[in-house]
Ligand binder design. Sequence first.
Ligand code: ZN
Length: 312
Amino acid sequence: MKEIRELMKEQVVLGDGGYLIELERRGYVDSGSGREKVGTGRGSGQFTPEVAIENPEALNELHREFLKAGSQVLQALTFFGTREKLSRAGYGKETEAINAAAVKLAKEIAGDKALVAGSVSRTQLIEREGMESLGKARDHIAEQIRLLKDAGVDFLILETFFHLAEMKAALECAASAGLPAVATMSFRPLITACTDGHTPGECARVMGDLGAIAVGANCEQEPARMLTLLREMRKTAKVPLAAQPAAFRTTDECHSFTRLKAFPDDLETIQVSRTEFVNFGKAARNEGIGYVGGCCGCNAAYIRSLAHGLAQ
Ligand SMILES: [Zn+2]
């Protein structure tokens, strides 16, 4: 496989879909629903990736499905895999094992047919303890990136960050580790600004300045709504755009599915159809987006639809 930057020069790179919600639907991931108010960050079991060591065959199967659907990149399921987040779910001591196992599984399925990206997300410390915990968050992210590098990922996808300040710390950690990084912010409750108040355009500029090889957005919105914010990012981005929309319909009042009542137990009621991803694939190609995939709610059928859209 060519290196990710080379691939993006030649074509729109097709990534994969969302792992945790799909594996939750299959019975392998604990959403935390029923024990706590989701989103507060208290308690345990909120969409953490211990499936990599507890049910590796389930994770392998989902990797295989994405690969068969056309994914050129498989993400190791290391989302929410910092020691901070895993500790709150009772898996802190398994931090090394979970990150290593997730990368190993993805590499086994990818073989020479796909690149393997390490997924790194926010620690949730900033949401819980405020900006003074940024140094602690940086240490946790740096540790996870070291584990992913040791396990042999090809590059990083820094995703679902709500605060640009934490994303900046993550990009600095990626640069220190010498790993290329795709950087995508998540916007809620509206697409006009991230949680620490920066517009999509500002986020795109800053992430690019800090060395991201592609910048964009992931999660929270369906494709059509995300396209609006991607166009804002394109005005300031000096590197390719990256997009991994969710497959859930949001409203004009609330642009984020995790802030809707349907999350997490009634997501099926706001699922968007695969046709929206065919259309998004077409738009991505026409508008020069460099990297597309799906986030929460996207199984292999959605990735195949994206592939169809890209090919039209
Ligand atoms: Zn998502």
